[in-house]
Write a protein that binds this ligand. Sequence first.
Ligand code: URP
Ligand code: ZN
Ligand code: ZN
Length: 468
Amino acid sequence: MSGLLFSGGTVVSAEGSYRADVLVEDEKIVAVAAELDADGAETVDASGKLVMPGFIDAHTHMDMPFGGTVTADDWATGTEAAAAGGTTMIIDFALQEAGGTLAGAFDTWTEKAHDKAVIDYSFHVAVTDLRDDIKAELPDLAEKGVASIKIFMAYKGTPLYTEDEDLFEVLQLSKDAGVLVMVHAENGDAIAKLQEQALARGDTAPRFHALTRPEPVEAEATNRAIRLAEVAGAPILVVHVSCAPALEAIHLAHERGQTVYAETCPQYFAFEYEDLAREGFEGAKYVCSPPLRDPRNRPALWNGLKFGDLQIFGSDHCSFDYDGQKDLGKDDFTLIPNGLPGAEERAMTLWMLGVREGKLSENQFVAVLSTNQARIYGAYPRKGTLAPGADADIVLWDPELSTTVTVENRHGNVDYTPYEGMEFHGGPAAVYVRGGLVYGDGEVVGERGSGRFVGRSFTATEGLEVRV
Ligand code: URP
Ligand code: ZN
Ligand code: ZN
């Protein structure tokens, strides 16, 4: 017998933790059982480690044009950073160009990814220009394995912005097209007005990015999107939920029995509004949307993850260099490209601030990083589980691993890290994609171009079957 035997570890799934060995053959898991006897298989000593299904990050922006520039990480460095954080598959946003088609977005992103990705990948398509031919094209996405589309309610004045009329029609069409609609929920009109007024007053510093996107602006748009989905009779997913008032709208929808999925991100736990007010122009390193909030929001967000109003934890990795990109907004905060790197730190942040602090169990950790992501986005059971027949995407998690983050030991291509100097306890010791080692001993060893496209399919269901 050939293959790979992960021996002596503790398997941690979304449902429970137990001592078991994991046998892998031909890129797939073939057995999970105590004391497996696998003559001829190469043995990986997993003792002292937690054996988890590879993490899925369904919120990344690699090689994406945005804010007058292009994200600093391409599909090589971006997926290397993700792999170093325990992620074995990303789902990235392929943007429809103004005047372009959805197939065009899919093809452009395939071109960017196929010879660079070191881990598996899939795409959401961001619909930005809902013409009649695009409405007719929506069902073709499902055939391509694209099970989710994104609509931006924010960023008014850019090609990304979508009016309610189009959001509503996309929601109506999505049910028959077999795709899940995801929303960036912030009120674009209110933000545009607040920004205009701030600049007129001479308020140009990075912290005004947050002050012109207050919590009710997110809460209002979250509630509006959810109610439009209710009218359309469609499920919906709200990405990057940052604050308690937005979460409250989601919780109320769940109380009504509406199918609303929701994501939060590491930056809302690791950082806060005060980081935007750092000396000089340093605050630009913390400009993302929705913005960093007052930490009083955190207990509600932890409860959201714990009790299932928030089912997934994505990085929203959207990296821009400080020199040459963030500084486009030196004299005007509205020109600072929005986004933070975080794919590498996503799981470590959740482990340290969530599991170690007793806010989440190790099983909830696996649920929101892997299993729920695979279930919601239609990649389960190929991904998101350690069960016979699944892809052998495996993280050996070391709860004792210590890492002090600095830009020099990051695997992405950004000239700073917002996590600079932070000390983490717990991290990935080794990461395998379809049975092949992609990360170990602090080094990415996966070959660029070895990642494969994963087609997904979405089935709308009543209620929240992924609620944990
Ligand atoms: O600031 C952010 N989040 N940038 C990425 C684009 C988006 O809105 O997700
Ligand atoms: Zn967004
Ligand atoms: Zn994003």
